[in-house]
Ligand binder design. Structure first.
Ligand code: ADP
Ligand code: MG
Length: 403
């Protein structure tokens, strides 16, 4: 078999960011080496994956071999594929019960994971479903009663389904948390803890995946996981180097709009995401841009569920080229054509900077980030630079070379 032992470094504590302490782990260079069920392997290839990414080379097999897992890897490196293939390899297609439960922080991400799982499992004859709140509960109940085997959901809805006795943990073999650090902080933490307190069989394996780690995740991991395989794909191995990061300094934040309009005209981008911190600002900006003849769309968490779905669909299909968003879509969302991320405002939480810019440059593609900086935000820039050990470059006046 084609593998070697891989050893990563000790914990690195850079500023407040925390990294997983990694164990030795076997590296499988091809999907064929992993001895996956035939109909799963077929699905992997037909999904378009030819060779495993770094996290997939290391993360799939521990899940297949029924180990707990704590995995940290940069955004855009294929974590979804890693846990989807890992979980599918541990599932019994003949048992029509929920066997895999994936928790994700937002609806759009849950739906994206659902579509990846459906595609990769398309030859396995299994039932994949996402339950996300904001939709009628009876649809979820029906899907589970009809024999859903691979369930993805947001914590609130999943807890609700468990509480009503609709969803039983009895047959759950794998419990996965995507964006684990977000799932184990503030508002999600309580819901996730409630879900965990519902009780899982001792055979249930737990896998935590995240691009950034926090003390909370490490704590929970220490308390919850049994002898986990710990994997760290360090930033230097899978850099965000592919993403050039620029800033434009403005004397007055009112000028940001002109700069954005200018960028919109000058840059020939495939697709772009523009981030604002608050819903009101996002809506105001969308309105103003549209009035000036720059077509784009906007999405935020207080929008009607169906509307959110429709707008995401238009963005994914490319019908909409530019999307303004709040941090609702800072994490996990994968639209391969996005090559530019503009921070109209810098994120309030430093973590979100990395998550936002990770929406461009998926899977090693090239990407560009442009940060529009008002005088009040200058401090935040140095904090971000220091925290992430990066340097933002001044945006050149001639934009020809940047995209
Ligand atoms: P992450 O969750 O680590 O941020 P994703 O799982 O969303 O990353 O994957 C990012 C992109 O990389 C997706 O478009 C996905 O289809 C692509 N990708 C993942 N694994 C592979 C692979 N083995 N081969 C080719 N493309 C891949
Ligand atoms: Mg992800």
């Amino acid at each position: 078999m084609d593998y070697w032992l891989y050893k990563t470094s000790m914990t690195t504590i850079v500023g407040e960011s925390v990294s997983v302490v990694a164990d030795e782990v076997r590296v499988y260079e091809t999907f064929d080496d992993m001895n996956l069920p035939e109909n799963l392997l077929r699905g992997v290839y037909s999904h378009g994956f030819e060779r495993p990414s770094e996290i997939q080379k290391r993360g799939i097999m521990p899940m297949k071999e029924r180990r707990d897992l704590l995995a940290q890897a940069q955004s855009g490196t294929g974590k979804t594929g890693a846990f989807t293939i890992g979980a599918l390899s541990a599932l019994d297609p003949d048992l029509k019960r929920v066997q895999v439960l994936v928790l994700a922080p937002v609806r759009e991400l849950a739906q994206q994971i659902e579509s990846v799982a459906k595609s990769i499992s398309s030859f396995m004859n299994i039932s994949v479903y996402s339950a996300t709140g904001g939709t009628p509960l009876r649809e979820d109940i029906r899907a589970i009663e009809k024999g859903c085997q691979y369930l993805i959901g947001t914590p609130g809805r999943i807890f609700d389904l468990m509480n009503r006795g609709v969803l039983s943990s009895e047959h759950i073999r794998v419990l996965i948390m995507d964006e684990a650090d977000q799932m184990l902080e503030d508002r999600f933490k309580e819901q996730v803890m409630c879900i965990l307190q519902k009780g899982f069989p001792k055979e249930t394996r737990i896998a935590l995946f995240s691009a950034t780690m926090s003390e909370d995740v490490i704590d929970v991991a220490n308390n919850l996981l049994q002898n986990p395989q710990r994997i760290l794909i360090e930033a230097k191995e899978v850099p965000l180097d592919g993403i050039k990061q620029y800033y434009v300094e403005l004397e007055n934040s009112d000028w940001k709009f002109e700069v954005l309009a200018d960028l919109y005209q000058q840059l020939h981008i495939s697709q772009a995401l523009v981030y604002c911190n608050k819903r009101q600002r996002a809506e105001w900006l969308a309105e103003k841009m549209s009035q000036q003849g720059f077509p784009l769309s906007v999405i935020h968490g207080e929008m009607d569920v169906e509307e959110r779905k429709r707008r995401m669909k238009d963005f994914r299909s490319g019908a909409v080229r530019v999307m303004i968003s709040t941090d609702l879509l800072a994490r996990g969302i994968d639209v391969q054509q996005v090559s530019l991320v503009i921070n109209y405002e810098l994120p309030i939480q430093k973590e979100n900077y990395i998550h936002r810019i990770g929406r461009a440059g998926r899977f090693g593609r090239k990407g560009v980030t442009i940060n529009l900086i008002s005088p009040e935000e200058k401090r935040a820039v140095s904090e971000i630079e220091e925290h992430w050990k990066i340097t933002l470059e001044k945006l050149p006046t001639d934009l020809g070379g940047i995209m």
